[in-house]
Structure formats: C-alpha cells, structure tokens
Design a protein around this ligand. Structure first.
Ligand code: PGA
Ligand code: MG
Length: 238
C-alpha cells in the first residue's frame, strides 16, 4: 500500500452523491414517474434524467412536468415533492448501488488517513438515509444536502460549509462529481476537481473543464489526490 503522506490526515475528498458515489438512476426515474403520474403525465426515461437531475427533487419534478408539456405552479409543486419524498424513502435503497470500485477506493483513502465527505443537492435527509441503508455512512465525516445551508451547489458556500463540518481545510480538499454543479462549485471555492463520466451530465464532462477525469474508481489513488493538491497549491502560490 502507498505510504500515507505526512499531512494526509488533513486532506479531504468531497464526493457528490447522485451519479458519482451511487448509481441511483432506476429509483430516481421510478419515484419521479410515480410522482408525475398524479398529473396523468407520461413517464420520463433515463436519458431524460440527465437534463432533470442536479438541483434536487423540487427542480427535478418541475423540469419533468415541463418536459411532459405541463408546467406547474409553486403551489402545485409542494404536494408533488411530498409524494416524491414519500415514495423514494419507502423504496430505499431499491436498485441503488455504489459504482464499481468505490468502496475499495474509500477504504484505500481512509487507510491512508484521508477524510471523506458528501456534498449533494439531494435533500440531506434522503442522502443520509440512503447512505445509511447501504451501510456507507461511517465513511463520511460530513454529509450535507441541498437544504443543509442557505446556499447549494454551485454556490461555493455549500462546499466550504461541507469542508468545515468535516474538519477539513479548503486548501487540502478535492471535489469529485459527475455534473456541471460539482465542477463549478469546486472552481468557485478554488478547490481542485475530478469528474466522472458515468453519471448524469447532459454534456461531456470534458467540456466542464475539470482538473482530472477518472473513468473508474480504481484511478482514485492517493498519488492522484496528492498531485492535484500539489498542483493547486502551486497555482495559488504563483
Ligand atoms: O438530487 C439531485 O438533483 C442532485 O444530486 P447530486 O448533487 O448528488 O448529484
Ligand atoms: Mg451528481
């Protein structure tokens, strides 16, 4: 195993959840379709999901209704969000599972002294219960959602708040995610970013200009993280 760098204890890897840690697409589509069926709308597909996910359940439902030709008011939205949350919670963890290699990567990073955290736009309660049901909560020093702070991704304060809760340091943190909000929040907080192409981005992740793209969690190594932190420290110094 790679020896832990001397200051590894201070380093923090912050993960996005939907489409990064967990393949949630089957359950999201099922709960979303159950929700919009209340308005007699046609089901959405997995391909649609890439345009719908990213800003939490409220926005996802709003976008899905619009996509199916029935824009809704904010008064109509509240009961639909409740319907979604009830269905999604009742069926958790459903078909959701960690992406290949994730658990081994988290074990490796923790064994080398890294802290891990989750910064998701999913509701904090849903994120926490889902991770709990999958037996993954113990890996994380903080789990924050789209409703944890007043601001959410891509606002830098969602990421900096998560780092603070996890006992990390902005200058020793890395953000890893699947979509524009994740790469944008990292840039907004001046934190290096890693993109994964297997999630729900509606554009190729290379167009988001992350510092690194990994196609499998086997590539998430201590060396990669340390290189990113070193490069970013040099950029700040220059
Ligand atoms: O639930 C969403 O819309 C987004 O969730 P994520 O931030 O974990 O990708
Ligand atoms: Mg995501």
């Amino acid at each position: 195993m790679t020896p832990a760098p001397e200051n590894a204890g201070q380093a923090l890897i912050v993960f996005d959840l939907d489409g990064t840690l967990l393949d949630t697409h089957v359950d999201l589509v099922e709960s979303l379709n159950y929700t919009i069926a209340a308005l007699d709308l046609e089901p959405v597909t997995y391909d649609d999901l890439t345009h719908l996910v990213g800003q939490g359940a409220r926005v996802m439902i709003e976008r899905a209704c619009k996509l199916q030709g029935r824009p809704i008011s904010s008064e109509e939205l509240a009961p639909l969000v409740e319907r979604f949350v009830a269905h999604y919670s009742a069926n958790m963890p459903g078909h959701t599972e960690p992406y290949p290699g994730l658990v081994a990567a988290m074990d490796r990073l923790k064994a080398s002294g890294y802290r891990l955290a989750v910064c998701t736009n999913k509701l904090e309660g849903l994120a926490t219960s889902l991770l709990e049901k999958l037996g993954l909560t113990h890996y994380f020093d903080a789990i924050t959602g789209g409703d944890t702070f007043e601001h959410r991704k891509p606002d830098a304060r969602h990421l900096t708040g998560t780092i603070e809760r996890a006992g990390g340091d902005v200058s020793r943190s890395v953000m890893i995610g699947d979509s524009i909000n994740d790469i944008a929040v990292a840039k907004n907080a001046a934190v290096p970013s890693i993109a994964v192409p297997f999630g729900y981005s509606d554009v190729p992740v290379s167009s988001l200009d992350p510092d690194v793209i990994i196609t499998h969690f086997d590539e998430l190594t201590v060396e990669l993280v340390e290189d990113l932190l070193r490069d970013s420290a040099t950029k700040v110094a220059v």
